[in-house]
Design a protein around this ligand. Structure first.
Ligand code: PMP
Length: 307
């Protein structure tokens, strides 16, 4: 296990405020008991979001997805969507953060400890913190290896949920990748098609067209959806389809998307080398302007028509 670096600040020992079950509590007091059902059985559902200049990008869509994930896992998030949207802004304000990462999550509490948890309370929390680039080597392009683990079939697990249990193999894959000097790992799906990274969706470019796996057994990321709209607004062809690992050598550019990762170029994936090029650069720029409200899809569409 990697030793914490000297400037490691543990997440349970920071200054600030966290919203927990209806109350703003001092950061260090936002605790739960060790006998918490979701800790043992993986049913926590969560969102990872970013705020830019005080506005949470696609806040309402993230809140709706949290509700959807809870439903898919078999419970109801007790905090209404509109309320969640308000709480995120209140927690940001209380912590004096305008540019930050936001983690909203729900889980089953401590009333029951068997597999059955019919009477367990559903708890909810919203925490925010400063989080710079998700990847240290974001700008020059990340190096990605192949995971040993595959995204499971939707018949095996509710794969459209952003639920903790789905991330066990992501952490295992990421740890192995990091131990081998890579930034992340590409996961194939249960059929052997290219799926996603451990916390981001993947795009591949060839002859000016953008290819991305069909999200039929993994998260259809909100950033993925935004970038597809941006690419279409710019007039690029976007092809959603099943992609085999054998095809990886035929693409010239590759990038990944996620709320934390934003648009990150890939320099190497599963032994293939890519040049962060014009299309990746244009979409990364568009995304960074869109999230700050400096450009709209309509403006991109209009400028693409003129060019
Ligand atoms: N796949 C996985 C496994 C993820 O964790 C994420 C990050 N939430 C994504 C894809 C991208 O989703 P989004 O763009 O909604 O953040």
């Amino acid at each position: 296990m990697a030793a914490p670096s000297a400037n490691f600040v543990p997440y349970d020992d920071r200054d600030g405020w966290i919203w927990l079950d209806g109350k703003m509590v001092p950061w260090r007091d936002a605790k739960i008991h060790v006998l918490t059902h979701s800790l043992h059985y993986g049913s926590c559902v969560f969102e990872g979001e970013r705020a830019y200049d005080g506005a949470v990008f696609r806040s309402n869509d993230h809140s709706k997805r949290l509700h959807k994930s809870a439903e898919l896992v078999g419970y109801k998030c007790p905090v209404p969507v509109a309320e969640l949207d308000k709480i995120k802004l209140e927690v940001m304000e209380k912590n004096g953060l305008a540019d930050c990462y936001i983690r909203a999550f729900s889980w089953r509490g401590s009333e029951m400890m068997g597999v059955s948890a019919q009477q367990a309370s559903i708890r909810t929390c919203v925490a925010v913190w400063h989080w710079g680039n998700y990847f240290a080597d974001k700008n020059k392009g990340i190096r990605v290896t192949m995971s040993d683990w595959k995204r499971p079939s939707p018949e095996t697990i509710p794969s459209a949920a952003k639920a903790a249990g789905l991330y066990m193999i992501c952490t295992m894959s990421k740890h192995k990748a990091e131990a081998e000097g890579f930034s992340d790992a590409l996961m194939l799906d249960y059929r052997g098609y290219v799926a996603e990274l451990t916390g981001a969706n993947v795009f591949l470019i060839r002859d000016g067209a953008i290819h991305t796996p069909t999200p039929d057994c993994f998260l259809n990321g909100l950033t993925r959806q935004t970038v597809i709209e941006l690419a279409k607004a710019r007039g690029f062809e976007v092809i959603e389809r099943h992609i085999t690992p054998e095809e990886l050598s035929t693409f010239s550019e590759c990038f990944i998307t996620g709320s934390a990762a934003e648009v990150t170029p890939v320099a190497e994936m599963a032994g293939h080398h890519y040049k962060p090029g014009n299309i990746t650069g244009a979409l990364a720029d568009d995304y960074s302007q869109l999230v700050r409200g400096k450009i709209s899809l309509e403006q991109i569409r209009a400028s693409a028509k003129v060019a």
